[in-house]
Design a protein around this ligand. Sequence first.
Ligand code: AMP
Length: 260
Amino acid sequence: MAMTVFRTLAEWRMIKPASGSLGVVPTMGALHAGHISLVERALNENKYVVATVYVNPTQFNNASDLAAYPQTFDDDCAMLEQAGCQFVFAPTYETLYPDQYRYRISETEISRVLEGEYRPGHFDGMLTVVLKLLNVIGADVAYFGEKDFQQLLLVREMLHAFQHPTRIAACPTVREADGLAMSSRNRRLNPAQRALATEWSRTLANLSLSCQEARDRLERLGFRVDYIEERWGRRLGAVHTPQVASGVEIRLIDNVALPR
Ligand code: AMP
C-alpha cells in the first residue's frame, strides 16, 4: 500500500480505514532510527500506522531554537514509506490551532520540575498539541519514546485524566553505537561537540557516580548542566554542549533506568 500524506481532518475522514487497529506515532520530523523504531513497533502491533510530522511552535520556549529546528520533510516521508508506514499527517498551524492557542492544557505538578523548570510553557504546548493530534487521528494506541521520559509520563496521565480512548505504549531509547541517545538535535552538533556528546551519555549512564559527581564531571568538560536528578525510577539529565570550534550551544536530554 502506497503511503498517503494528508493535512486536514476532512481528508483523514475520507481515507481513514473503516476497520483494523490503528497506531499513531507523533513526531516533529527530522526523523532518525529512534523514530523509526516506534513506527516499526506500531506496525507490529497494528494493521495501520499514522505518523504525524509537525514542528509544534507552541512547545518552543525559545524562538531561535524553533528557527533552527531541522526540517527534512521529504527525507522523513522516504524513511516512513520505507518502514511501511501507511499514512502521514502533516497539518498546518491553522488546522491544529483554529483558536490561535487560546485554549491549552496545563498540568500542575510533574510539568513544573526538570524540563518544565528550564523550558517554561514547553509542556503546556506539548500536551495541547498531543491532545489535538490524538483527537484528530482516533488511534487505538499512541507510541512514545522513553527518551523523553517526563513527556511520556505527562501524556500517559493526561490520557487517563481526560478518559481518552487512545492507549499509550512506551518504547525504549535507541542509541548511537557510542551510547548517545538519537535525537533530531544531534544533527546540529559539530564534530568536536559530537565527540564530547559521547562523554555526556557515558557520564549520565555511569550510576557509580552520584548525581553531584556526574554534574561536576560534566562541568569540568565544559558542559552547562541544567539538571541531573533522580525521579520516577530514572536518572534524568539535561545539558548544553560547550560552544567549541565556533559551534552554538546545543541542548541534550537523556535518562537511564535506576536498578530496582
Ligand atoms: P520528537 O520528534 O523529538 O518530538 O520525538 C517524537 C517521538 O520519538 C517521541 O515520542 C520521542 O520520545 C521519540 N524518540 C525520540 N528520540 C528517540 C530515541 N532515540 N529512541 C526512541 N524514541 C525516541
